[in-house]
Design a protein around this ligand. Structure first.
Ligand SMILES: [Zn+2]
Ligand SMILES: [Zn+2]
Length: 260
């Protein structure tokens, strides 16, 4: 450890002494500031550690117990008709504490919390994720400016900023944009959702050649929005796209099998 590192760690310890770190979810005092949440809050995240299809994020009904199975599992639906993106990483299921967190970061003052979630998410990504060495851009799913103005921020942007803060990947929050306002997806049927977002995104950045992008959003439900975003990214020259989402929305609220 160099002199600078020693001073940094001393300053961090002093900071912890004056402002003891607390769990950002339940307020419990934490022994250090490495994790933003306490052990019991982390343990209660629904669907955490489930073996999921690496193309769509759906949990595998049979939960094998090796990590290689986690990375290689593809569900029968994706084997027949794979999605436009190459892989997906979902942290958990949209329920319980994860639902509370996502509602909090969607709030008018939720920007700081979205970034905390993004940092926590990045620190818990599998070592071999994404499966390529270079990341050209981390791109949050854009909100229309009217919605961003209404909320005061875009939660996906906060998440992406947190992820880049930990991983050192380049954040690009301007190139992909929404060229028209759309109706709220959660009020619509799957077919209406597809029509609602069709052609709603455009690219105004430099074109890539065999680019590798990480597309970030908070919830993955039918995938209609991210599919449109991914289509736009493919036309901008990204050949490898991986989705990073905090929660999968359509998972059963009570997981029918044990988590590892
Ligand atoms: Zn807690
Ligand atoms: Zn699948």
């Amino acid at each position: 450890m160099g002199k600078l590192d020693i001073w940094k760690s001393l300053a961090a310890s002093l900071g912890d002494l004056i402002f003891p770190p607390k769990c950002h979810s339940c307020g419990l005092l934490l022994p250090d500031s490495i994790n933003p949440f306490c052990h019991s809050c982390i343990e209660s995240i629904p669907g955490r550690g489930l073996v999921r299809c690496h193309r769509c994020g759906n949990p595998n009904p049979i939960q094998p117990d090796t990590e290689s199975a986690t990375l290689e599992h593809i569900c029968p639906i994706c084997l027949q008709k794979p999605p436009i993106w190459e892989s997906v990483f979902c942290f958990g299921s949209y329920d319980g504490i994860l639902r509370e967190w996502l509602l909090l970061q969607k709030g008018r003052r939720g920007e700081w919390f979205a970034e905390i979630l993004g940092r926590f998410f990045a620190a818990n990504l599998p070592i071999r994720f994404p499966p390529w060495e270079r990341v050209d851009a981390v791109i949050p799913v854009p909100r229309h400016w009217t919605k961003k103005w209404w909320l005061g921020h875009n939660p996906a942007e906060g998440l992406a900023r947190g992820i880049c803060g930990i991983k050192g990947w380049p954040l690009d929050r301007f190139s992909l944009f929404r060229n028209r306002a759309t109706r709220k997806q959660s009020d619509l049927t799957p077919n209406q959702r597809k029509r609602n977002v069709r052609g709603a995104f455009a690219w105004r950045g430099l074109k890539f050649k065999e680019g590798k992008a990480i597309l970030v959003d908070d919830i993955l439900t039918t995938g209609a929005t991210v599919r449109e975003c991914a289509k736009t990214l493919k036309s901008a020259g990204f050949t490898q796209i991986t989705l990073c989402v905090i929660a999968q929305g359509k998972t059963l609220t009570t997981v029918p099998f044990e988590t590892r």
